[in-house]
Design a protein around this ligand. Structure first.
Ligand SMILES: NC(=O)C1=CN([C@@H]2O[C@H](COP(=O)(O)OP(=O)(O)OC[C@H]3O[C@@H](n4cnc5c(N)ncnc54)[C@H](O)[C@@H]3O)[C@@H](O)[C@H]2O)C=CC1
Ligand SMILES: O=C(O)C1=N[C@H](C(=O)O)C[C@H](O)C1
Length: 269
């Protein structure tokens, strides 16, 4: 019989949490062993399937992450930066693979994952979909092929509830463009233009964010020169693409030693 890793989903009631619960419980390659929510949340103590408005799944939502992680081979975590830092330490203690989809982490917060990654595999990406990770590779190639006559702008659109900007995906695309050009993104990023900004600086990479309605996630990388434009675009219409990628990462992580990985490693791109 093939071994099926046990998976805990954190942020179980969230937009991604619910999608992940469905994806893991429908999978024949893994099984759901835990669902974590923050203390005081109305779902704590309830069966997660029933809380989602469906049939019981035999998993009670808990606010005790370490107890849940101790039963699991992987934790899939799409929550907040503070919660993710707490979960990284606990997943490392439980020697469980930690798949992190949470965005909006600062450089200082990302650096704080390092001690946990000495004990368990951490797989982190601002976007877990195959399409976006392919777009990242294409962006790097196009940026490397074009000179600074082409202005690079990353434009993203998301639903009205999103709390961080630029999106994690936009930052991945910006990093890829900067890498293709052989520059550090921190040196050339233009984030949040407003007022008399002055003319666009040659070689800079701009970011713009749109927020509204129920947009799942749309990303354009624009290369604009005099007389022509190239646009690389990804449009997400269903959060299932992120959940499928996260589950793939949790399964792939079973064969890995401690360390930090991303979806390029998982997908072999
Ligand atoms: N990497 C990727 O492919 C994707 C990443 N995301 C990111 O995932 C994150 C979550 O997105 P959504 O699901 O839309 O947000 P959401 O707000 O719907 O869900 C977050 C959930 O985390 C829970 N939570 C917060 N603190 C917690 C704690 N200490 N313990 C347990 N649960 C806690 C909240 O109660 C909530 O249910 C965001 O950072 C978003 O940008 C979203 C989609 C795809
Ligand atoms: O918050 C979201 O919804 C999404 N967040 C990720 C991001 O910040 O790029 C991925 C996806 O675009 C949806």
């Amino acid at each position: 019989m093939t071994f099926k890793p046990g998976i805990v989903v954190t942020g179980a009631s969230g937009r991604m949490g619910q999608m992940l619960i469905r994806t893991v419980s429908d999978s024949d390659k893994a099984h759901l062993v835990g669902a974590v929510e923050r203390a005081g949340h109305s779902w704590v103590g309830r069966d997660v399937g029933e809380a989602m408005g469906g049939a019981p799944l035999g998993v009670t939502v808990t606010d005790q992450p370490l107890e849940a992680f101790a039963q699991a081979q992987a934790v899939i975590d799409f929550t907040t930066p503070d919660a993710t830092l707490e979960f990284a330490a606990l997943a490392a203690q439980a020697r469980a693979v930690h798949v992190i989809g949470t965005t909006g982490m600062t450089e200082a917060q990302i650096a704080r994952l390092e001690p946990a990654a000495r004990h368990a595999a951490i797989i982190r990406a601002g976007n877990m979909s195959l399409g976006v990770n392919l777009l990242v590779q294409l962006t790097k190639r196009v940026a490397a092929a074009l000179d600074e006559d082409f202005d690079i702008e990353v434009i993203e659109a998301h639903h009205r509830h999103k709390v961080d900007a630029p999106s994690g995906t936009a930052l991945m695309l910006g990093e890829a463009a900067a890498e293709g050009r052989g520059v550090a993104l921190s040196e050339v990023a233009d984030r949040g233009r407003d007022g008399i900004t002055g003319a666009r600086e040659r070689g800079h990479i701009g970011f713009s964010a749109i927020r509204g309605g129920d947009i799942v996630g749309e990303h354009d990388v624009l290369f604009a020169a005099d007389g022509e434009r190239i646009v690389l675009r990804h449009v997400a219409t269903d959060r299932a693409i992120f959940a499928r990628g996260a589950l793939k990462a949790a399964l792939w992580g079973q064969g890995q030693g401690p360390g930090q990985y991303d979806m390029v490693d998982v997908l072999g791109l």
